[in-house]
Design a protein around this ligand. Structure first.
Ligand code: SF4
Ligand code: SF4
Length: 193
C-alpha cells in the first residue's frame, strides 16, 4: 500500500487565510535548479530584497509561484510554524521507504536549537508514530546540505527523539564548522532563540 499525502497536499490546496508575510526562508534555504533560476541551498536568491520581498515578484519563475512550504499547506499547523518563526521549514520530498515510493516530510533548520522546541518535537513524534518517512536537514549557509533519515535513527519515546536529534545536530554542526558561508538567517530570523 502506498501511503498518501494529507488531503490538503493531494489537491495541492493551500491552507486558507495564510500568508507568507515577511518570511523569506524558502528564498534562502531551498536549492532552485530551474531553467529560469538557479541557486544553491542556503544562499539568498539574487532577487531577494533585504528585509523581505522579491524584486521580480510579478515576473518570478513558475517554480517560485508553485512552491510553498508545509506551513502554507497544512492547516493543522499553528502560526508558530511559519518558517521564519519556527526556525524550521517543512517541505516534502520523494523517497523510497519500506519498499514503496512515498513522499517524506523534510524538516530543514538553520538554527541549532530550533528543532528541539516542544511543538517541533511533538510534530515529529506524531509523524514518526504513523510510520511516515521524515528527513532532518541542517542548512545554515551556502555549501551546507546535511540530511539525515530520522526513521532509521529514532527509537520509541520522547527522550530518545530529543537525544537523537541532539546527536544528529552535533554531528551536522561538526561538519558545518569545516565549510560554508553563513546565509544570514541565524542572525536575522531566529536571533532571539
Ligand atoms: S518558507 Fe513558507 S511561509 Fe516562508 S516565504 Fe516560503 S512559503 Fe512562505
Ligand atoms: S525569484 Fe523571488 S520568489 Fe523566487 S526565490 Fe528569488 S526572491 Fe524568492
Amino acid at each position: 500500500m502506498v501511503r498518501r499525502l494529507p488531503q490538503t497536499l493531494q489537491s495541492a490546496r493551500l491552507a486558507p487565510g495564510r500568508q507568507c508575510g515577511d518570511c523569506a526562508v524558502c528564498c534562502i534555504v531551498t536549492k532552485i535548479d530551474d531553467p529560469e533560476l538557479q541557486k544553491p541551498a542556503g544562499a539568498p536568491c539574487a532577487h531577494l530584497i533585504p528585509r523581505g520581498g522579491c524584486a521580480i515578484h510579478a515576473l518570478r519563475p513558475d517554480t517560485c509561484r508553485a512552491w510553498f512550504c508545509g506551513w502554507r499547506h497544512l492547516a493543522q499547523l499553528g502560526d508558530e510554524w511559519r518558517s521564519d518563526r519556527a526556525g524550521v521549514m517543512i517541505s516534502f520530498i520523494p523517497c523510497i521507504h519500506q519498499g514503496y515510493s512515498q513522499t517524506a516530510f523534510k524538516l530543514t533548520t538553520w538554527h541549532r536549537d530550533a528543532v528541539l522546541q516542544p511543538f517541533v518535537l511533538d510534530f515529529v513524534e506524531r509523524i514518526l508514530a504513523k510510520g511516515l518517512p521524515v528527513y532532518f536537514a541542517y542548512t545554515p549557509g551556502e555549501g551546507a546540505g546535511f540530511k539525515t533519515f530520522l526513521n532509521a535513527r529514532v527509537g520509541a519515546g520522547r527522550g530518545t527523539l530529543t537525544t537523537t536529534l541532539g546527536q544528529i545536530m552535533s554531528e551536522q554542526l561538526a561538519r558545518w564548522s569545516q565549510i560554508g558561508t553563513p546565509c544570514g538567517l541565524e542572525a536575522s530570523g531566529r536571533s532571539g532563540m
